[in-house]
Ligand binder design. Structure first.
Ligand code: SF4
Ligand code: SF4
Length: 279
């Protein structure tokens, strides 16, 4: 099973939910940290990494000795990553989406493949729990290919918990697409509701079953619950604002490890997800 844990904005407790759920499931689960711009699941689960893969993408390199300055490469590039300027061809690797278009149209064969580093994927364990983390290279803007790479490390004999990036843009879609269930984490505030509506819109376009966790549930108002009810989105868990939870989080701890009842609650959360997926 593939469960993505998402939120319309950062700071809602998405990683708290994904790490505690993964911890509660233990050896039955693998957590894949796809929040590659700011991975932090490792801070809570302290994994030991066993292997690292450097992830690259292909970018064009120009051989001016062969180039006829025909401009076909520049004309086909939607991303303005390659341009003809006077008697030379300029490549802007950071803008390249590795679509391969320029290679196909360059009849003299003046383009060869160079590599741009995207980041790395580390694989390891946290006790019995499988752990995979993607980290985007500092300064790199294109995260979806790295997220897709992290997802190739899933283990279909186990429950895969995907910690998605916050928001509703391409990186989130890359993390959620093709998963069996999206668990959306929000908080009962006007900002939480606004971003939740955007996230629900994205999940519904993808056609993935989804449910809600309301964090800091005893703060704010009831508008998130009213929205969930009106939209037939099941609220699968509520986590109240609790001083012990906040202290545990600030120390990099897991509430499922600190309080046995919370471990039970996260197991129940998984059972509810399972029922939703199977229904
Ligand atoms: S398509 Fe090839 S030959 Fe034409 S300008 Fe680009 S690199 Fe040069
Ligand atoms: S591979 Fe695609 S995105 Fe990159 S420079 Fe060529 S045409 Fe542009």
């Amino acid at each position: 099973m593939l469960i993505s844990v998402a939120s319309g904005k950062g700071g809602t407790g998405k990683t708290t939910v994904s790490t505690n759920l993964a911890y509660a499931l233990g050896k039955r689960a693998v957590i894949l940290d796809c929040d590659v711009e700011e991975p932090n699941a490792h801070l809570f689960l302290n994994p030991e990494f066993e292997e690292t893969e450097n992830v690259t993408t292909k970018v064009p390199v120009v051989d001016m000795a062969r180039c006829t300055l025909c401009r076909k490469c520049a004309d086909i590039c939607r991303f303005r990553a390659i341009a003809v300027a006077g008697k030379t061809v300029l490549v802007f690797p950071e803008l390249c989406h590795s679509c391969g278009g320029c290679f196909r149209v360059c009849e003299p064969g003046a383009l060869s493949e160079g590599l741009r580093e995207l980041g790395d994927v580390e694989k390891g364990v946290s006790g019995d729990l499988g752990f995979v983390k993607g980290t985007l290279r500092v300064g790199e803007a294109m995260s979806p290919p790295l997220i897709k790479k992290v997802r190739t490390y899933h283990d279909l004999s186990r429950i895969n918990i995907i910690d998605a990036p916050p928001g509703t843009s391409c990186p989130v879609i890359a993390a959620m697409r093709g998963t069996d269930f999206v668990l959306m984490v929000t908080e009962p505030t006007p900002f939480g509701l606004h971003d939740l509506k955007l996230a629900v819109g994205a999940v519904r376009i993808l056609g993935i079953p989804h449910g809600l966790v309301i964090n800091r549930s005893d703060m704010g108002d009831d508008k998130v619950r009213d929205y969930a009810k009106a939209e037939y989105i099941p609220v699968l868990m509520e986590i109240p604002f609790d001083r012990r939870i906040a202290e545990c989080y600030s120390r990099g701890g897991l509430i499922a490890a600190m309080v046995p009842e919370w471990k039970e609650s996260f197991m129940e959360l998984f059972q509810k997800i399972q029922s939703q997926v199977l229904s």
